[in-house]
Design a binder for this molecule. Sequence first.
Ligand SMILES: Cc1ncc(C[n+]2csc(CCOP(=O)(O)OP(=O)(O)O)c2C)c(N)n1
Length: 377
Amino acid sequence: MLASVFYDMLLDQDIRFYTGVPDSLLADICAYITDNAPESNHVIAANEGAAAGLATGYHLGTGGMPLVYMQNSGLGNVVNPLLSIADPEVYSIPMLLLIGWRGEPGVHDEPQHVKQGRVTTELLDAMEVPWRMLSKDPEASLEALQEICAEIRNGSRPGALVVPKGTFESYKLQKEIPTQFAMNREDAVKIILDSLNEQDRVVSTTGKTSREVFEYREECGQGHANDFLTVGAMGHTSQIAAGLALSRPDQRVWCLDGDGSALMHLGSLAINGSRKISNLIHIVINNGAHDSVGGQPTAGFAVDFCTIADGCGYSIVTTTDSPAMLKSILKGIRDSEGPIFLEVQVNKGARDNLGRPTTTPTENKNDFMSALGIAEY
Ligand SMILES: Cc1ncc(C[n+]2csc(CCOP(=O)(O)OP(=O)(O)O)c2C)c(N)n1
């Protein structure tokens, strides 16, 4: 189905406010909304729960029915506002959830999506959120949309459309904002990994960062035992790193975060800074985008990460967009006391042939813990 066709169906249902967190399965409709909805009516939210908050506020202010889009991984973030605010037993807020179905049973997907995919519709059932399935067929999709919108309106409640892989035809974002930095994310990842020694532990964020870490270790023949790849739990990378750093003061922990991920649970910076975690180095590779799922903009270049980190109490705070400066900063902070915050500004984009980890998450964890000397657990 063309994204434009579905967008027009939404307009026919008088749905005119769109918010959410992008997903690769929804990249085409998200891009179409970005290009076509008035800017004031489209907010790419920090996380899916925040999107439900924005949607609730929109309904309070207009009486209208908003759209909240998300990957099914985001269901966890949205459970609380759905059940404790929007639910018909609380404030009864109508909203249409558009949920990308990663890990649909029978469709091959990465390990972090398999269980989430299997339980997605059951989670909706458990929350008593009515749902319908979207499909490639515009007529069937129209029927599903009309049915679910009627249920949402009649019950003044949230309802959902589940979106299988391949539902939308390709649509390329027109409103690209090109940047002219000297590096992309993979260049920065390589420079950072090159600066580390064999004792340094890495916790890398969800999406292409972790894939690039994995591939560069392969290329260098270094093995993967020093890297914890946060393949799921987007936004929690810095807390995994912080928990490790707090429990293992004998280790230096390098968190390779993304701007979208850092913004998703920005409060974690307050914990890292205020707890003065001296063996934590928090690096945000900022491309101003959710690059891994289609490049939709984040607020990454609209906020001053360094001022935020400074205000949160990090001991050293710095930023760069230059490869030479990055190398020199990494050398300079090698033995400095943390928590250290480093923002690296880069262009979005990745190699077309970027691979995925070939080891399983459990293998990754076991190797990582063995390297830390944890033999039995
Ligand atoms: C809770 C949750 N919401 C959405 C996603 C889908 N997702 C995976 S990676 C990603 C973008 C991450 O953006 P950023 O941290 O800026 O890193 P980049 O991809 O730009 O390198 C998104 C939205 C997810 N995995 N989990």
